[in-house]
Ligand binder design. Structure first.
Ligand code: SAH
Ligand code: MG
Length: 220
């Protein structure tokens, strides 16, 4: 699978801001995410939603597509960091710790990013646990991007919580899909396998560890 050929160009100021934002999204995958989201707005109705916002890097790519398509992006994160973001783990960044309570807090960073991007009219932050929000969600979505907790429990909770809300023709994008276990953890790969095996989703494109799927029938 290759990237979506020749998709729309992302506005230069948003592209450079996204690239400069702290986070876990290589440049080529970010652009592929933007293109997937543009495709979503042409294929399906409804807002876009991401799980796992961190400091807003993926939010800018997706928010740019939301603005272009006249949609809203809901950006879900409790902003307390995943297990792998906590002190002592590989992906810990001490700048993101709130000195007042010693806990991770990426919300101020996320907010500054969205403001600097000028995307506040199109991006709504939802601060809370992803599976709790999913349980109360009712609106069909044009795109769901899963990039939250990468452990087995949170990753599957995101799949079962959010995949059902992808509307017909809509996009399910999953980050950190590594077919070779030597490259990274299993859960996102297992989610991607499940989505394909279910018959409800078909692969559209891949770029690095980003996998883009499209809903072709009901279920998940
Ligand atoms: N998409 C981001 C990276 C996300 S990192 C980028 O482009 O850089 C994963 C994020 O998922 C973290 O910010 C963490 O707080 C969030 N997260 C992990 N488990 C969560 C849960 N159960 N509910 C909400 N957010 C969660
Ligand atoms: Mg990721």
């Amino acid at each position: 699978m290759t990237s979506i050929p020749g998709g729309p160009a992302m506005p230069a100021h948003l592209l450079s801001l996204a690239r400069a934002t702290t986070g876990f999204m290589p440049d080529d995958e970010g652009l592929a995410l933007y293109r997937a989201a543009c495709l979503a707005t042409s294929l399906a109705r409804g807002p876009l939603l991401e799980v796992g916002a961190y400091c807003g890097k993926s939010t800018v790519y997706l928010g740019a597509a939301a603005r272009r398509g006249g949609r809203i992006l809901f950006s879900v994160d409790h902003h307390r960091g995943s297990e792998e973001n906590q002190a002592g783990w590989d992906h810990h960044d001490p700048r993101l710790v709130d000195p007042g309570n010693g806990r991770m807090d990426t919300l101020p960073w996320w907010r500054r990013t969205v403001e600097a991007a000028g995307l506040e009219p199109w991006v709504v932050g939802v601060v809370g646990d992803s599976s709790t929000v999913a349980r109360h969600w009712g609106t069909p979505l044009a795109l769901v991007f899963i990039d939250g907790g990468h452990g087995s429990e949170p990753a599957w909770a995101d799949y079962w919580g959010w995949a059902p809300h992808v509307g017909m023709g809509g996009i399910l994008a999953i980050h950190d899909v590594f077919p070779d276990p030597a490259d990274g953890g299993r859960p996102p790969f297992e989610l991607w396998c499940r989505a394909l095996e279910s018959g409800a989703f078909a692969e559209v494109s891949a770029c690095g560890s980003l996998r883009v799927l499209r809903r072709v029938s009901a279920g998940c």
